[in-house]
Design a protein around this ligand. Structure first.
Ligand code: NI
Length: 393
């Protein structure tokens, strides 16, 4: 069946492209994906799935019950766009100014519908239940967490999960299947450095938080270079600095914001501890006081070893022309990690660029676009992977 699903996916390419271009033309933000969710829900109902709407505002859940007994496997597809002004010049460019599908989630939504269509054709032989989760708010709106809170992992509870992302740093034909950690966990750092305001011409009478902030930023660069094991991966970035509003006044405080990215709990704890120690003690040495807050934004995304191994084998068997990369890791984060923390599974990177056609701009760029040949490949792979997981029991 797996080989047949891959072949059938190639035959519905035109439909996949039509869906994708329709979503691309009409991008929506955050949890407010009314039009997109409407199209998805109506397609799933048309196919005969049991559909639940308005989960986490505009999330859609579709249940496909097979004719044969078997487990429940969840497939998750994210649907939201970004607040970016599109500059691709494509015939299917966004008609909503300032909103753009610049991450490829239009492609994911189309692939999700394609997988539903392919698996429905074989509903009688389908050995189990597929739970389709179409998620809003992946781009920083905690959509996955909201859907979990609203019960999508119950009634019925899936035993394994699958998701994919079109990946524009690699060409169509490249597949990233990494066992273990594949995407980093993220924290948001906020540091408030309290000094004492005064006249810029009389620094001796003030306690300058701007100078302290500069020392803190410089000292934080040593966390990764001097504290973290060089074999491990970590990032500390201070990306927002705010202090003062006028040239001749020393402000009373300075505010820094940034992010920490790590894969492993031990590294994460070390980095958070060092950020707190350095910020408070360097500020203290400058006569200031620092309040440090680290807020967890997302967990690291960790692929289940057994599921990843099965998918690796599936690709070798049925798509031998593809190149498998089993060491692809990125410091970006992804809220599929929230689902996978509760339901083990695999997150697949599907190469989507085509440099000779100029389709290789990075994700979140106003010029982002991908090679639509990745759509049938993604749909075939996800449908076959779902079947494989049902058979694995
Ligand atoms: Ni994305």
């Amino acid at each position: 069946m797996q080989a047949s699903l891959i072949k059938e996916a190639a035959e519905i390419k035109d439909q996949l492209v039509d869906w994708r271009r329709d979503f691309h033309r009409h991008p929506e933000l955050g949890l407010q994906l009314n039009r997109t969710a409407g199209v998805v829900a109506s397609e799933l109902k048309h196919l005969g799935l049991i559909v639940r709407t308005r989960v986490a505002e505009t999330g859609v859940v579709g249940l496909l019950k097979g004719g044969q007994p078997g487990p429940v496997i969840m497939l998750r597809f994210d649907m939201d766009a970004l607040p970016i002004m599109e500059d691709t010049g494509a015939s299917y460019a966004s008609v909503n100014p300032g909103v753009m599908h610049a991450c490829g989630h239009d492609g994911h939504t189309a692939i999700g519908l394609g997988v539903a269509r392919l698996l429905c054709r074989h509903q009688k032989e389908l050995p189990g239940v597929i739970k389709f989760i179409f998620q809003p708010g992946e781009e920083g709106f905690a959509g996955a967490q909201r859907m979990i809170e609203e019960g999508v992992l119950e009634n019925p509870a899936p035993i394994r999960s699958l998701a994919m992302h079109l990946w524009n740093t690699h060409p169509v034909g490249w597949i990233g299947l990494t066992p273990g950690p594949a995407m980093a966990g993220a924290e948001k750092i906020e540091i408030v450095i309290q000094g004492k305001g005064g006249h810029a011409a009389a620094p001796d009478l003030a306690v300058d938080p701007v100078v302290a902030a500069a020392q803190v930023i410089a000292a934080l660069q040593t966390v990764v270079s001097r504290n973290v094991d060089p074999i491990e991966a970590a990032v500390v970035s201070i990306s927002e600095v705010k202090a003062g509003d006028v040239f001749n006044v020393i402000p009373p405080n300075a505010r820094l914001k940034g992010t920490i990215r790590t894969f492993k709990p031990k590294v994460r704890e070390l980095v958070i501890r060092r950020v707190e120690e350095i910020a408070s003690n360097v500020a203290r040495a400058m006569g200031c006081k620092a309040d440090v807050e680290c807020l967890q934004i997302s967990l690291p995304l960790v692929n289940d070893i057994a599921v990843t191994k099965r998918l690796h084998h599936l690709v070798l068997e049925n798509l031998p022309e593809l190149t498998i990369d089993d060491s692809c890791r990125v410091m970006g984060s992804e809220d599929m990690a929230d689902f996978m923390h509760k339901v083990p599974g695999c997150y697949i990177f599907v190469g989507s660029n085509n440099p000779t056609r100029g389709l290789d701009s990075p994700h979140h760029s106003p010029k982002f676009d991908f090679d639509e040949n990745a759509l049938p490949l993604g749909a075939g792979l996800m449908a076959a992977a779902a079947w494989e997981e049902l058979e694995a029991g």
